[in-house]
Design a protein around this ligand. Structure first.
Ligand code: ADP
Ligand code: MG
Ligand code: MG
Length: 247
């Protein structure tokens, strides 16, 4: 589903990704772990097509298409979803408005009719229930005054509504208390643990992986994958540290 070959990328002229290769099949969840500054978020932004992240080499194929040749909105329409480490606040726009516009933009790009208000609310209610987020939260402005945990749960509601093929989740567990961690983990499983979907789960900590069991764990250091293993690698990293394991 996603094939990254020898990817190189720079930010402001500084090389950050230095020949990163990774391949994720449908039905798989891969975790990417690594020390601060390793390039994890940069990888997520490059996959999302964020301006300022300059690809200087390599290739990324998504479902057989050249991902890097696509505009960010085309990537979304093709089924790629990005969850951010720091979700933005949008004063003046309610979650419901934002989610409905995002969904209908995606439907339009796929040549589908927009969803009616009633059908949309039904869908939103179902996904909010999955993340145990009150519908009143979805009527509030996007992320304004939300706790860290509420922002992440709202983002997972968005993922549920857009129903992507592939999700890149960047530190979705950051700022979550243990109850929220469990809810978010179970939400990711319910939405994305399907034979025709895949996830790249970027995380600093092993604890999210207790809920979302990865098929593979990769260690990213200095802009490339330096080690790949199974779920046991995450435990080893947690107990021994990145230096010892990935040196
Ligand atoms: P991680 O998510 O693994 O902690 P990042 O991808 O955020 O790492 O950052 C990797 C490196 O790129 C860091 O050294 C960081 O300082 C640098 N970097 C990231 N974004 C920018 C930016 N916008 N401008 C300059 N340097 C950046
Ligand atoms: Mg970081
Ligand atoms: Mg990061």
């Amino acid at each position: 589903m996603l094939q990254i070959d020898n990817l190189r990328a720079s930010v402001g002229g500084t090389p950050i990704l230095n020949g990163l290769s990774l391949s994720v099949n449908a039905g798989e969840i891969h975790a990417i772990m690594g020390p601060n500054g390793a390039g994890k978020s940069t990888l997520a932004y490059v996959l999302g097509g964020r301006p300022g992240y300059e690809v200087t080499g390599g290739s990324v194929s998504f479902g057989g298409q050249d991902l890097l040749a696509m505009e960010p909105h085309e990537r979304a329409a093709a089924g790629m979803f990005l969850g951010f480490q720091y979700p933005v606040e949008i004063p003046g726009v309610s979650n419901v408005q934002f989610l409905r516009e995002a969904l209908n933009a995606q439907r339009k790009a796929r040549g589908q009719e927009p969803l009616s208000g009633g059908d949309f609310l039904k869908l939103a209610r179902e996904k909010a229930g999955l993340l145990r987020l009150d519908m009143d939260m979805l009527k509030r402005n996007v992320n304004v005054g939300f706790s860290g945990g509420e922002k992440k749960r709202a983002e997972m509601v968005q993922m549920g509504i857009l129903d992507p093929q592939f999700a890149v989740l960047d530190e979705t567990d950051s700022g979550l208390d243990i109850d929220a961690l469990k809810i978010v983990g179970e939400g990711i499983n319910a939405i994305m643990r399907k034979p025709d979907k895949a996830v790249l789960l970027i995380t600093h900590y092993q604890r999210l992986l207790d809920y979302v069991k990865p098929d593979k764990v990769h260690v990213l250091a200095a802009g490339r994958i330096v080690k790949t293993g199974g779920p046991e690698l995450a435990h080893q990293l947690e107990s021994e540290g990145y230096e010892a394991v990935a040196a």
